[in-house]
Design a protein around this ligand. Structure first.
Ligand code: ADP
Ligand code: MG
Length: 311
């Protein structure tokens, strides 16, 4: 079997979206409603031992994260989330108290972003726990921010800091976390979707997505969709003090973690130079879009690939 992205490309070839609808290939599908708004839809799956380890993540944090990573895809389009649906595939022997905590976390995220849970499906599992969330959102027609709008000369920007979540995961996996790493672990367990930033970027950002697989992988999606290249200045990457300290203590490369780690759930967006003065969202400029279809990591001396699921 090929990789995740090759399979998605093959599915996309077979199932063309109807005229006027944006189908496979962006953070959300975009479906016109006929009243000047579009419906945004995204669906994400979290699978035990692929996306999380049950003994590692508190149930309430897994509940929060399951909702948050989906709502983040609506943020990535500049939309407002409106509703969620939850599918659970549950192995034998799971405890009811665990689900109480899971739903506390899920509800906290749902309430924080005004995104009600309106349905779902529940089945038994012969394997691990599976969690599927579908999120709906909305946006005025034509204002959704897609991956294909980056143009040569546009600045490449990110919100927040990069790599904290991936470092948090590595600390957990290797059993190395110290009290001073709490913010890294928290970023891994408790990502906060950038809904208000996404809204503020409507009419400003030329392209956007959320960072789920790491900038090295995710920027390539923007470049492919926009038929462009990019130069990224590795020295400009926003790295938190906690990440730097953790990396120097453990002998890890912070740049590799920031670019390849993933699960930041920050926004990666581009903005035309003429719009830069209107940019109110706190951000860091990490590079520039080029006409030539290449990807240069200036100052790094090596390539970065980012996370991808092999299937
Ligand atoms: P994201 O990380 O933003 O959730 P993904 O990398 O999971 O995006 O998916 C990329 C695109 O491929 C999305 O438009 C998604 O809807 C689509 N996609 C992924 N898996 C499938 C599938 N099994 N069938 C149809 N579309 C899919
Ligand atoms: Mg996404």
């Amino acid at each position: 079997m090929k990789g995740e992205f090759e399979l998605i490309d093959a599915i996309r070839e077979r199932f063309r979206a109807p005229q006027g609808t944006l189908g496979i290939g962006d953070d959300c599908a975009v479906i016109p409603r006929g009243d000047g708004l579009v419906t945004l839809v995204s669906c994400d799956l979290l699978v035990e031992d692929v996306h999380f380890r049950l003994p590692q993540i508190p149930a309430s944090e897994l509940g929060w994260k399951s909702a948050a990573v989906n709502i983040s895809d609506v943020a990535a389009m500049g939309g407002t989330p409106t509703a969620m649906f939850l599918g659970l595939s549950i192995p034998e022997g799971m405890d009811e108290g665990w689900f109480d905590s899971f739903f506390d976390g899920f509800k906290a995220c749902s309430e924080r972003f005004g995104t009600a849970l309106l349905g779902g499906d529940t089945t038994a599992s012969q394997g691990g726990l599976g969690i599927s969330v579908t999120v709906l959102g909305q946006c005025p027609e034509g204002q959704e921010i897609r991956r294909d709008g980056a143009r040569p000369g546009d600045l490449i920007c990110v919100t927040g800091t990069l790599g904290d979540s991936a470092a948090g995961l590595r600390l957990l996996e290797e059993g190395l976390q110290l009290p001073q790493d709490a913010s890294l672990i928290n970023k891994h367990f408790h990502p906060v979707p950038r809904i208000s930033d996404g809204l503020a970027l409507r009419g400003i950002a030329s392209s956007m997505m959320d960072i789920s697989d790491g900038v090295a992988s995710d920027l390539r999606h923007i470049l492919k969709a926009s038929e462009a290249g990019a130069t990224v200045d590795v020295s400009a990457l926003p790295l938190s003090v906690e990440l730097r300290n953790c990396c120097s203590r453990n002998g890890w490369d912070p740049v590799g973690i920031a670019l390849e780690g993933g699960e930041d759930y920050e926004l990666l967006f581009t903005v035309g130079p003429e719009k830069e003065k209107d940019l109110r969202v706190p951000h860091t400029v990490i590079g520039r879009i080029d006409a030539e279809k290449h990807l240069e990591w200036r100052g790094a001396g090596r390539d970065f690939l980012g996370f991808r699921h092999s299937i």
